[in-house]
Design a protein around this ligand. Structure first.
Ligand SMILES: [Zn+2]
Length: 465
C-alpha cells in the first residue's frame, strides 16, 4: 500500500505521487527570526521533520528546504525598538533556532535560504508579475498584486480555503504582512521605503524598499525546487493569506501549477487554552528545557498526536512522556543485555504494521499503540526468559529502524576503544601533573580520532563526535 496524505488543496486524503519519483521537493515555511520559536511553532517543525523522515524511510530522495524569514514587519519593528541592526538582531534568533532544532532531534533541512539573500530573485519575480499586468505600482510607491487581474485571467484565488468575494471592497489594498480573510485585498509585493524602516531597504527598479513576506517564500522555494514541486508545509495559521498568496504569485508568474500537495499542522493549545503571555501558558522551547524537560521528551509528546488534530500540550503530558520514554529505555536496556553481541534482522511484520499506520496520513497514534503493545509483549517474554539473544537482537534492530522515523531513541551506548581509553588516562595524568599543554594536545589527538572529552561531576568521560 502506498503513502496517503491529506492535501489541503483537494481537502481530501490522496495517494502521494511525486512529480519525478523517487525525488521529492519539500518546502516548509521556516521561522520569522524576531524571537525564540514557541512550542506552537515547534509542533509544525517537528511535524515537517516527521514527514521528511518518513519519506526518506520510504526511500524517496528528499530535498527539504526551510526558509529563514529575516525581513518582515515584526522584525523591522523589533530592530527599531531595540536600536540594533538587522543582521545582528536576526542572527541571534537564527542561531537559537538551529540550536533548538537540534535539541528536538530534527534533521537539518538540506537548504535554509534567507530572504535577505534573495532580493534579486524576489525583484525578478515581481517584474514578471508587472509584465503580465497582474502587479501594479500604487500611489504610495509600493507594488501590489491585483486580485481582480489575477481572477480575470481565469485563475482561482481561494484554492486553499473558500473566500467570499462579495464581501471584498473593490480597490482595497493591504500593506501589512498579516491580515484576516475578511480583508481580502490586493497585497504588497514590494513595500516602498518609509521613515520607520530606518536603514533597512534595498534599491529596486520600483524604488527603494523591501519585499513583502509572501513573495519571499515564492521566490526562494521556486529558485531551489523549481516552478512546480511536490510538498509545501506549514502551520494552519499560514493557509491564509500567506499560502494563498504564494500560490497566486507563483502560478501567475510561471503559469504552471505551483505545489502538488499542501500539508498543514493544526493549532496547539497549552493547558487547554490558546497560548498567550498574559495567561502564563506561553512557552518557548527554552522555557520548557529550563523547567527540566528534555528535547527528547518534548519531541515525543509532540509526536503522540495526529498532526491534523488540535493538540493540547500540558506539563502533565510531559510527565507522561517521561514515563513512556523510561518504559522504552528500560526495555531496550534489558534487550541489549540479553542480546550481547548477537545481531538480528528487524521483525518484518512489526515494521509492516508501523508502515501501515504511517502510510495512512501519518497516523502516529496508531503507530505508538502498536509499539507499546510490542513493548508489553517483549517485557513479558524477558520476564519469562523466553527470549534468546538473536530474538533480542532482532527486537533492537526493529526499534532502530522505526526510530529512524520517530527520532526519540536514546543515544546508544557506544563502546570506547582501548586506545582511546588509554589516551583519556594519559590526559588525566597530565592534568594531575599540571602539564596542561600535554593534556590539551592529547585532547586534540582524541578529537582528531573522533572522540571528545566531557568533564562531568563524576569525572571525565569520552563521547563519540
Ligand atoms: Zn512561507
Amino acid at each position: 500500500m502506498g503513502l496517503k496524505l491529506f492535501n489541503t488543496l483537494s481537502r481530501s486524503v490522496q495517494e502521494f505521487a511525486p512529480l519525478a519519483p523517487p525525488k521529492v521537493g519539500m518546502y516548509c515555511c521556516g521561522p520569522t527570526v524576531y524571537d525564540f520559536a514557541h512550542i506552537g511553532n515547534w509542533r509544525t517543525f517537528v511535524f515537517a521533520d516527521l514527514v521528511r523522515r518518513y519519506l526518506e524511510f520510504k526511500n524517496f530522495q528528499v530535498t527539504y528546504v526551510m526558509n529563514i524569514t529575516d525581513i518582515e514587519d515584526k522584525i523591522i519593528r523589533r530592530v527599531r525598538e531595540n536600536k540594533t541592526t538587522l543582521p545582528e538582531f536576526t542572527g541571534k534568533f537564527e542561531a537559537a533556532f538551529f540550536e533548538d532544532l537540534k535539541t528536538l532531534n530534527c534533521r537539518a533541512p538540506h537548504q535554509t535560504p534567507r530572504a535577505t539573500e534573495h532580493i534579486p530573485e524576489i525583484i525578478s519575480l515581481i517584474e514578471k508579475l508587472i509584465a503580465r499586468g497582474i502587479a501594479y505600482k500604487a500611489d504610495d510607491g509600493s507594488v501590489y498584486f491585483s486580485i481582480e487581474k489575477y481572477r480575470g485571467c481565469g485563475c482561482n484565488y481561494g484554492q486553499l480555503l473558500k473566500l467570499n468575494f462579495d464581501e471584498m471592497r473593490a480597490g482595497e489594498r493591504v500593506k501589512s504582512d498579516e491580515y484576516a480573510k475578511e480583508s481580502i485585498a490586493d497585497f504588497a509585493l514590494w513595500k516602498s521605503r518609509v521613515p520607520d524602516d530606518g536603514e533597512i531597504f534595498w534599491p529596486s527598479p520600483f524604488g527603494e524598499g523591501r519585499p513583502g513576506w509572501h513573495i519571499e517564500c515564492s521566490a526562494m522555494s521556486m529558485k531551489i525546487l523549481g516552478a512546480s514541486f511536490d510538498l509545501h508545509l506549514g502551520g494552519e495559521d499560514l493557509i491564509f493569506p500567506h499560502h494563498e498568496d504564494e500560490i497566486a504569485q507563483s502560478e501567475s508568474a510561471t503559469q504552471k501549477p505551483f505545489v502538488k500537495y499542501w500539508m498543514h499542522a493544526a493549532h496547539l493549545l497549552v493547558e487547554g487554552k490558546k497560548m498567550s503571555k498574559s495567561l502564563g501558558n506561553f512557552f518557548t522551547l527554552r522555557d520548557l528545557i529550563a523547567k527540566g524537560y528534555s528535547g527528547r521528551e518534548i519531541r515525543y509528546l509532540l509526536l503522540t498526536a495526529h498532526y491534523r488534530e488540535t493538540f493540547n500540550f500540558t506539563l502533565k503530558g510531559l510527565e507522561s512522556a517521561r514515563q513512556a520514554l523510561m518504559r522504552l529505555d528500560e526495555c531496550f536496556a534489558k534487550l541489549r543485555e540479553v542480546a550481547g553481541a548477537a545481531r538480528g534482522e528487524p521483525d518484518a511484520s512489526l515494521v509492516a504494521q508501523f508502515t501501515g499506520f504511517l502510510d495512512d496520513d501519518l497516523n502516529v497514534s496508531g503507530a505508538w499503540g502498536g509499539i507499546f503493545e510490542w513493548i508489553r509483549d517483549t517485557n513479558r517474554r524477558l520476564a519469562e526468559r523466553t527470549l534468546d539473544a538473536t530474538a533480542a537482537g532482532s527486537a533492537l534492530a526493529t526499534w532502530h529502524q522505526l526510530d529512524e522515523v520517530l527520532g526519540v531513541g536514546a543515544p546508544e551506548e557506544v563502546e570506547v576503544p582501548a586506545d582511546i581509553n588509554q589516551l583519556l588516562e594519559a590526559r588525566q595524568a597530565a592534568r594531575k601533573a599540571k602539564d596542561f599543554k600535554r593534556a590539551d594536545s592529547i585532547r586534540d589527538e582524541m578529537k582528531a580520532n573522533g572522540w571528545i572529552i566531557e568533564d562531568t561531576a563524576k569525572g571525565a568521560r569520552v563521547k563519540k563526535l
